[in-house]
Unconditional design. Sequence first.
Length: 143
Amino acid sequence: MTRTVIAQGTFDILHPGHVHYLEEAAAMGDELSVIVARKANVDHKETPICPATQRRDVVGALAAVDEALLGHEEDIFVPIEEIDPDVIALGHDQHHDDEAIAAELERRGIDCEVRRASGRETDDEQLLSTRLIIERILERRGD
Ligand SMILES: Cc1cc2nc3c(=O)[nH]c(=O)nc-3n(C[C@H](O)[C@H](O)[C@H](O)COP(=O)(O)O)c2cc1C
Ligand SMILES: Nc1ncnc2c1ncn2[C@@H]1O[C@H](COP(=O)(O)OP(=O)(O)OP(=O)(O)O)[C@@H](O)[C@H]1O
């Protein structure tokens, strides 16, 4: 039987950390669907620069990704109910609480494992964070 994995995030200005996360998530099963966060739900950091459809299209073009879709505006568990995945792969630094997600899945009758992906190691050269890329742009090109 096909084992479906879900990954999720903002994915504003892609970098190798995103590729690492999505490749690791894809290796947890047979098919990877990626839920791209709506800006209304990105409330713990700056509003994304790129529109949600653009973020979805670029994530969907990555080799590891079978399908990328826009998240729900109000209830983040609606796409999960529709996809009914076998695994949810949380990013290494995603602020979501694993146990709270597992409890909500159980409440909704969704039988799904919650796993945590690893962070990608970096050297001094690489900018493995959208925030760091934007900071570098402002530093070098800002007035
Ligand atoms: C299980 C799960 C499902 C999610 N589904 C949605 C969704 O339907 N809509 C949405 O806008 N964001 C969704 N998100 C993304 C969160 O909103 C997201 O983690 C956050 O806003 C983006 O921040 P990040 O890139 O730092 O993770 C989901 C996150 C998790 C963990
Ligand atoms: N360096 C990295 N290594 C592994 N996973 C990463 C890395 N950077 C981001 N991710 C994962 O990619 C997903 C989407 O991340 P997100 O869009 O928040 O990017 P970000 O670069 O961390 O953004 P920001 O710098 O604005 O916080 C998250 O699950 C996150 O854990």
